[in-house]
Design a protein around this ligand. Structure first.
Ligand code: NDP
Length: 296
């Protein structure tokens, strides 16, 4: 199988380099790759890359993921999250190639407490959410064979993430304040990459199972409970790092004003994905504990 991976250096892209490697020949590109253009700010360049490489499967992990920054550069966010993915999808349709793409819980407005299902109506609150939704729609309208995985709260051992920020603050301060009114599931980039590889295999035999799916780790939490889990785990690990934080105080979202509005309810229902692909999504604590074991 001839696979083109775009956005190879991001959290998910890095893990995809590993998980896709057993499926076939992978050409992995980033925005500054030399041999072929992988820069989503250059839509025609990326389109030419697809035309030259003629992949059977395209996996797009590139995106404008700076949620707050997107509020002040909406056109650039739209280019990276909607326009270029749309063009890639049109090329995939011409080639008869599969396109795998990632989207977000931020397409929803976060109302209620029920986990969102794939058929719920999106209503994004931010530029990031709106541009990611447009990306989904352009892919769906292109007519290409596609798999879109909406996920949430992605972390990885490599690069910066919320857990690492909490570990740093936990060593610097005796008291932390963390938001306790946003609900979701921290989801490992490694889990997303593994699910992607399994799904690609599955779709070779059952192309009718393509479409839009929610893909997050099992269980639910708030940023506050997530922070407590990380710090308690680190304290017990008794490694070189010394946690001095004695209190993690819960605060509402309004305590940390940000340019982009974030949804309160980011719970995503995953029954469709688990049933269709015969997969079981592990609890978020399993993946976070594993990541902590790697970085502590
Ligand atoms: P990252 O920000 O880690 O990765 C995004 C990648 O896109 C980075 O390698 C980034 O490069 C790259 N990129 C930035 N600008 C360009 C460009 N002009 N051309 C090509 N590539 C570019 O994000 P994740 O791996 O976490 O996200 C993967 C997918 O999951 C995305 O579609 C995202 O929207 C989605 N998602 C992520 C969530 C999260 O919490 N992170 C939550 C829900 C969905 P560089 O790092 O050099 O800027």
């Amino acid at each position: 199988m001839n696979i083109l991976l775009l956005g190879k250096g991001g959290q998910v892209g890095w893990e995809l380099q590993r998980s896709l490697s057993v499926l076939g020949q992978v050409t992995a590109l980033d925005f500054d790759s030399q041999a072929h253009c992988g820069d989503f700010a250059n839509p025609e360049g990326v389109r030419d890359t697809v035309r030259q490489l003629r992949p059977q499967v395209i996996v797009n992990a590139a995106a404008h993921t700076a949620v707050d920054k997107a509020e002040s550069e909406p056109e650039f966010a739209r280019l990276l999250n909607a326009t270029t993915p749309g063009l890639v999808a049109e090329e995939a349709a011409r080639l008869g190639a599969w396109l795998v793409h990632y989207s977000t819980d931020y397409v929803f407005d976060g109302s209620g407490t029920r986990p969102w299902v794939e058929t719920d109506t999106p209503a994004p609150l931010s530029v990031y959410g709106a541009t990611k939704l447009e990306g989904e729609q352009r892919i769906q309208q292109s007519g290409c064979q596609h798999l879109i995985l909406r996920t949430s709260w992605v972390y990885a051992a490599r690069g910066g993430n919320f857990a690492k920020t909490m570990l740093r603050l936990g060593q610097e301060r005796e008291r932390l304040t963390v938001i306790d009114d946003q609900w979701g599931a921290p989801t490992g980039a490694d889990l997303l990459a593994d699910v992607t590889a399994h799904a690609i295999r599955h779709l070779q035999h059952r192309p009718q199972d393509g479409g839009l799916y929610h893909c997050v780790a099992a269980g639910e939490t708030t940023w506050h409970s997530y922070a407590k889990f990380v710090l308690e785990h680190a304290s017990k690990a008794q490694q070189a790092i010394k946690i001095i934080a004695k209190e993690v105080a819960p605060v509402p979202t309004s305590a940390f004003p940000t340019p982009a509005t974030r949804p309160h309810n980011s719970r995503l229902a995953t029954a469709k994905l688990q049933t269709t692909f015969g997969l079981q999504l592990p609890h978020w604590q399993t993946g976070v504990a594993r990541m902590l074991a790697e970085i502590l």
